[in-house]
Design a binder for this molecule. Structure first.
Ligand code: GDP
Length: 195
């Protein structure tokens, strides 16, 4: 699935802009700076497919990419900018809610969580939205190369505990590093195995 060329399809700012729901899709969400662009680039083998370091407050787009002709990979805008204008946040929340509850071909959401910090308050909103929309989601821990060996189990335990109240959460966590490539093949296999 990840062997072919991944192409950018479009950036979407309203539900009316979504491409036809004619194939399955997976989406990636996470706090800004969590390593989402880097992870998408690592997964797809591109150097700069997903733009790194998105500018806070600029128009928030849902970016669509193709995986072969059979899947869409959907990059949701990063959340948690301290300085994002209120109107931008409100517009984004409306679109996100509409997208998550109105996309029948969405098979799974991957929620990226910084492997050094675990789940924070800023992440809870998207987890609740996913529960409400009944979109199965899986947590992907990023930047594993930066996590001290002594902290690893503690953080995994924290994440598992925080996921407990979320009915849409998969219990299996995926630990990744775009730096070392750890977990990237596992994540590809999970996406390729969805039906
Ligand atoms: P985004 O805002 O979520 O798209 O985050 P980026 O992909 O732009 O990454 C934010 C910063 O984290 C950048 O400086 C990346 O180089 C760095 N980064 C991303 N993934 C990793 C990783 O796996 N390991 C390390 N050490 N740094 C990473």
């Amino acid at each position: 699935l990840f062997a072919g060329r991944t192409e950018f399809v479009k950036g979407v700012v309203a539900m009316s802009g979504l491409p036809a729901a004619d194939r399955m899709e997976v989406c990636f969400a996470g706090r800004s700076n969590v390593g989402k662009s880097t992870l998408i680039n690592a997964l797809t083998g591109h150097k700069a497919l997903a733009r790194t370091s998105n500018t806070p407050g600029r128009t928030q787009e849902i970016n669509y990419f193709t995986l072969q002709d059979s899947h869409y990979l959907v990059d949701l805008p990063g959340y948690g900018f301290a300085k994002a204008p209120v109107a931008v946040v409100a517009q984004w929340q409306r679109l996100l809610k509409a997208y998550l509850s109105g996309r029948p071909t969405l098979r799974r959401a991957f929620v990226l969580i910084d492997g050094r910090h675990g789940i924070k308050a800023v992440d809870e909103e998207i987890l609740s939205l996913l529960d409400t929309a009944a979109v199965p989601f899986q947590v992907v821990l990023t930047k594993a190369d930066k996590v001290k060996a002594a902290d690893r189990e503690k953080i995994l335990d924290q994440v598992r505990a925080r996921l407990q109240p979320h009915p849409a959460a998969f219990p299996e966590l995926v630990v990744t590093s775009s730096e070392t490539g750890a977990g990237i093949e596992t994540l590809r296999a999970i996406v390729a195995g969805l039906d």
